[in-house]
Design a protein around this ligand. Structure first.
Ligand SMILES: Nc1ncnc2c1ncn2[C@@H]1O[C@H](COP(=O)(O)OP(=O)(O)O)[C@@H](O)[C@H]1O
Ligand SMILES: [Mg+2]
Length: 265
């Protein structure tokens, strides 16, 4: 990436930049139930600005639920969620819309708009939500497509691309909104094995060359080890162990962490 890419440190990028090293995401006593199933029970957890934090843990432990609450796709039952110092939950709808702009997400299923070209997939939200001109949005989209290695696919339709290429478009689309935090939910688990590495390489590149905060759910443990500042081991809606990747992967203290790692590694 060149020094003038849209993701590099830019004092004007946000009206409310987080203090460097401060908390970008903070959950306080967040509880989420689906019927009688309490998925998160008074969860406290934070992500420091600029850090790369990875959530690991068994299926059904509530990892996706955390990311979906940050995307405001679902609401907690109790507790508070703050992003860059502003309350996301509970908050009035207008504030939710503003805070929500700080967050981008890439899903397991790429969720591209099938009836739009690759370029339009990326420019649509910057034009309609951020109010960028079409030219501005297209210039930024082309730069991002170059970053994810798809500069030649501007006019393609999603169905003409491989899963790995579609996922790289989805990453570019999320970054086009200049979020302060990028949420990644098992972004390679729907891909054919030979396409996984290309997507992970793009994410490694983003982690290395930008100052975007990343909150990542993955079963790719080598990737997690490479990019993470902190790994949180999640079980039954609670963080049961956290630390730097060397500690969690080489010398975990909790039995559940050890069991989980020996099952996935
Ligand atoms: N929309 C929903 N309705 C009912 N139950 C749900 C819903 N979403 C998630 N759950 C339940 O919440 C629990 C946690 O799910 P999830 O956050 O997807 O876990 P993970 O991502 O760690 O696999 C699971 O028991 C799941 O069945
Ligand atoms: Mg999940």
């Amino acid at each position: 990436m060149s020094a003038d890419t849209p993701l590099m440190k830019d004092p004007d990028a946000s009206a409310n930049p987080p203090v460097d090293g401060g908390e970008l995401i903070r959950f306080d006593h967040v509880t989420k139930r689906f019927g009688s199933n309490t998925v998160l029970d008074g969860l406290d957890f934070s992500v420091a600005s600029g850090k790369h934090v990875t959530l690991i843990g068994p299926s059904g432990s509530g990892k996706t639920t955390i990311l979906r609450m940050l995307m405001t796709l679902i609401k907690p039952d109790e507790g508070t969620i703050r992003v860059a110092g502003d309350q996301l939950f509970p908050a009035p709808e207008k504030q939710v819309r503003e805070v929500r702009k700080k967050i981008g997400m890439v899903f397991q299923q790429f969720n591209l708009f099938p009836n739009m070209t690759v370029l339009r997939n990326i420019t649509e939200a910057p034009v309609t939500v951020l109010g960028l001109s079409k030219d501005e949005a297209e210039a930024r989209a082309r730069e991002l497509l170059e970053m994810v290695g798809l500069a030649d696919k501007c006019d393609a339709r999603p169905t003409q691309l491989s899963g790995g290429q579609q996922q790289r478009v989805a990453i570019a689309r999320a970054l086009a909104m200049r979020p302060q935090v990028l949420l990644l939910d098992e972004v390679t688990s729907a891909l054919d094995p030979e396409l996984v590495a290309g997507v992970l390489d793009v994410l490694r590149d983003i982690a290395r060359t930008t100052d975007i905060t990343m909150l990542c759910v993955t079963h790719e443990m080598n990737f997690a080890r490479d990019i993470s500042d902190q790994v949180l081991m999640f079980d039954s809606g609670r963080v049961i162990e956290s630390g730097p990747p060397e500690k969690i992967f080489n010398d975990p203290e909790n039995d559940r962490t050890r069991e989980f790692l020996s099952a996935v590694l």
